[in-house]
Structures are given as C-alpha cells and as structure tokens.
Design a protein around this ligand. Sequence first.
Ligand SMILES: [Zn+2]
Ligand SMILES: [Zn+2]
Length: 662
Amino acid sequence: MTVVKVVLPVPVNKSFHYSLPKDLENNEIVHRRVKVPFGNRVLIGYALSIVEEHEIDEKIKLKNIIEILDSSSILTEEIVNMAQWLSETYLCSIGEAFATIVPVSLKIPKRLTNPKTKKIKIENPDFQITKYQQKAFEEITACIKTNKNENFLLHGVTSSGKTEVYLRSIQCAIDNNKSAIFLLPEISLTPQFINILNTRFGSVVALWHSGVTTIKKYKIFHSIQTGEIKIVVGARSAAFLPFTNLGLIIIDEEHENTYKQNNKPSYDAKEIALWRGKYNNAVTVFGSATPSLETYKKCLDNDLKLLELPERVDSKPLPIIEMISLKDVKTKVSVFSKKMFNAIKKALARREQIIIFLNRRGFSPSIMCQKCDTVIHCPDCSIAMVYHKNPEHLKCHYCGKEIHFPTKCPKCNSKEFNIFGVGTQRIEEDLKKLFPHTKIFRLDGDTAKSKDIYAKVYEGIKNEEYSILLGTQMVAKGFDFPRVSLVCVVDADTSLYLPDFRSSERTFQLLTQVAGRCGRSKITGKVLVQTKYPDNYALLFAQEYNYKKFYEYEMKFRKDLRYPPFCNIAKLTIRNKDEKKALDFAQTISDFLDNQISATKCNIDLLGPSQSYISKLNGTYRWQIILKGTRKELKTLLEQVSTIKTPSETFINMELDPSDLL
Ligand SMILES: [Zn+2]
Ligand SMILES: [Zn+2]
C-alpha cells in the first residue's frame, strides 16, 4: 500500500496520511494537488511525499485519495521551504501557507496548449538617463550579473525616473537568462504600464492580480514553469509565483499598505521578496519617493542599500507647494478659498489640466438636524451615513445600507436638516456651476467600480478630453499626465487626525505623492493645499520635500511612545452582536494576556480593551486589544490566545503588524 503525506488548508498545523488507491497508483503524485475526504467534506490539499514503510501504522485505517488534480508537479522545492517559513513567521498552519502560495482554486484548462512564442521586436530605449539613474542601474545590475543577493531602496523624488531604472534592470535580468517579478500597489497603474512593458519585453510578460480568472492563473503558473513567461507584473500575491531562476524582485511604491495582507495569513509581500531574494541569490529593489519609516530605518541599519534619485529627470523643478490656511479665509467660493478658485480659473484659461484631490476618509457629506445637531448614523454601524444626490438617499459606506432621506429628526422631530462635509459629488456639482464649460472626470469609490475606469481616465486625460480630474486617493497615485499644472488639495486635515499612529506618515506620503502628479513636463507645476493646521510638521516637511527631516521627527515620536519600527504590534478585534458579550470576552482575553505577560516577564505592552474606531459595524459591536512587543513574543502570545474557547457568536480576529489601528 502506498501512503501519501498531505497538507490541507485547515487551521491545524500538521500533515495527514492518505492511501493511494490502486487505480491511481501509476500516476505521479508528489508535489501535486489532490482531492481528499476530510471529515464530511472534500478538500483540495497538497501531496508532499510518500510515507516510508516503517512510518506507516498498519492498525490505522486510512482514507483514500479521491483524485490527483495536477498532471505535472506544481510545488517546487522553494515553495515547500517558503510555506514552512510562512507558517513559522505568520499566524497560519502549514496547509494554509501552501494554499496562500499555490491557490487551491487554480483551475486546469481543458486543453493546455503551449502558445507559440511570437517573434517580438523589442524596442530598446536609446535615450540618455541621468547620472543618478545610471549609478542606481549599475549597482543593481552588477548584483544581478554576479548572482549576488542584495536588497536596495531606490529613494527617488516623484518623476525622478525610477521606472526607467526598473525597466533596464529587468532587461538585464532577462539578458542574463533570469526572470523578474514586478509588484505594484494598485492595478490602477497597469494600463499605461502594461503598454510600456509590452513594447519593451513582448509576450514574456504576464499580469497577475485578483481579477485574473483561475484558469488564466493556472496557465500563468504553467507558462512560468515552462519558461515562456519571464516577467510578471502584479499585486502582492504575485510575490509567490514559482519562478525557478528568479533574478529580480521590484516592489514599487513600497510605502503603500496594500503589500500587507489584512486577512489570514497576514503576510507582507516585502518580507516575502526579501526571503526569496536570499533563497534565489536574487536582487530586491524597493522603490518610493516617500519610503515607509520601517524601510528607511533598514537602510540606516545597513540591511538595505540606499540608492538615491534626488532630481527629477531633465532637472525639472519639483512643484511649489503652497499652504492656504483655512483659519484666515473669510470668503470662500464653494469649498475653494479665493486663492484656489483663481488658480483653477487661470490654469483653465491656459488650457492646462488640474487634479483636485479630496481625501475620502471621514470626509463625506452627512446630514445633521438643524435644531438639535443630531447626525444621522447608520442603524447598524457607528458611522454617519453619507448623503447622495441623484437619486437622493443616504448610504452607509461601511455596510452598504441605503435609506431614504429622513422626513424628520429621530430625536426632536424637526423637519429641517443641514448637509455638512464635502464629498466629490458635491465638488463636482460646484465645479460645474463655477466652470460650466469644463469637462470633469470624477474618480472615486462610486465611479471606480467600472472595470476599465483607469484606462478611461488615462485616455481621457491624456487626450485632453477632460480638463479636471477630481477624486479621492486614487488620483494621488502613479498617474503621469504631462499637461497637469495644478494640484488642489481641498482639505489636508482629514487624514491628519485619525486615531492611528501612522496618520502623520500617511499625510506626508499622500501630500508628496499627489504633489508629484503635476509639473512632470515643460509646464511648471503648482500645488495648493487647504488646511486648518498650516503649522503641522507633516505638512511643513512635505511642503519642503524634506523626507529626512520628517523621518527624524517622526522617529523620535515613535520611539518615545513605542510604536513601529521600534516594536511590532498585534491587534485583536473581538466581535459580537451583543454589546456586553463582546466586551466580556474582550475582558477575558485581556486578563488572560495580562497573566501571561506577568508570568513570562516579557516586555509586552497591553492596551485595551477599547472600542474599535468603528465601534459598531453591520450590527456587530467591536472591541480591540493592542499589544506591543517583538514579533516572536507576540506570535507566541497569540498562539496561546487561539487555544481559548471562543463563546458562540463571538468572533476574534488576530493580526500581526496591522497596517493601521483603526
Ligand atoms: Zn433634531
Ligand atoms: Zn452601516
């Protein structure tokens, strides 16, 4: 009898034995996905090895493997090692780790035809790069050519030509018969990017993100293994793709929190990249104009090598950032100060383009009773409902609930309401009134649902069909439009005072990034920022483009209050539809943690339980506990917590190094 060791995507950190039935005995099975019975379910797992005869316990009746899914091996040695490391590093079982790297959902197409390799004419760029780009390129490629594992941070101001350094480095990897993974924070940046990559590298490029079908994903897996695909551009999960001759991993805009997975296992694609770089003697390059504090600290600690691009290409100046203090503003035109309004008017007269940026979070229009100031909240969430016009209704942006505009105040029965706060819809309307013949493209959570929206934005702005691009965070990232001369930040304060230790860092990053969207060609750029707090250090250092000063200032605060990068953080969220039960269990967990911490005398800070930032969501009450310590200590503690029996209808979610504390 042949017995096979199988791991399954269940939260139990062990492998299982199954016997191989006679009719499957002639098939190769090791490193393939298999279908097996588990309890009263059928699961897809991963066949790791054949169990040696002396390890088989004859007395135990084993269940049969139902089906072998893959005809060829889908797990590489690296994947097996990586899964082990993943399960040791993050909170997940070995089976869950495998499922993260090689999704069980990969669907084998009926016929797997090998596409004929097309002859592609590769357009080699012949333009000059700056001396800084040249130096970065030389350092990176020297390591690629000599199979030296080295990790770089490419710290370049916006429009300093980081992309060209990436592309030439990829070219070097390909020329040296290696492959490359290129990670991007948002798929939004792909339309213009894929064009560039296709002209430069032809059909060896594939795209990998959540929108790619499971069949297509299987094909990509297959083509990576056959060597037809040499470059993958994708979201964070592309970091796992099974290249066997990996030469280069690039993580662009490394400060973005999308590289961190929020659900289990909460891995960080940057850490995956570093691990794989080491395993493969490959090079990793993190790039950003505003590196995360964690990454920059690694440079100062000599764990990453710093490459700087301090100048924009063609020595174009960085746009001037001007603060407009809303404290002094008496007259406003709609949400715009006189100054901002005039600047928009002038730019339009010069037939230039404008980006108007509104930070969405906590800044949507809500309605308030004129008499008693009651704000209409979502009945299921502790969040003000957002006012929508056309058709007129209120909507909860957290749970999606929609209600009619209220006929009277629930508290005082008054029939008069005020709309306060400004959303993108409202700004769009005002702009239409102020500049009636101007074409405006609004890009926000509502309009971004359409699939090819980014391509539309890209084409529409590039071809000058639109004069104004108005939107939330999405407009701050990556776009490269030559005719944009003015960026208006309507309210810089919305992200500044969120109860999260990263709020200053996020504000600094956002402002720098959005400012970088203008003045990218011959037209000089200007950035206007409306704020009630023009003296805030995050705003001031962003205004000066002084990353180093911001870093020093912010690091001092992080050190004093013990926040990352000076410690790791664990966030536990306890949820129940019953408010008291949620709090009771949060208290139980907190007491348990307190005892453990005193007993082991480890240096862990325990905060809470306290109400989550959104204390009620979808009718469920939420409490959170924050722990500060080393990753190892925290992981041990959380593993102990997971052995505590959770009462029925109570849920606990544990996250190591969450991207925020909200
Ligand atoms: Zn009222
Ligand atoms: Zn809601």
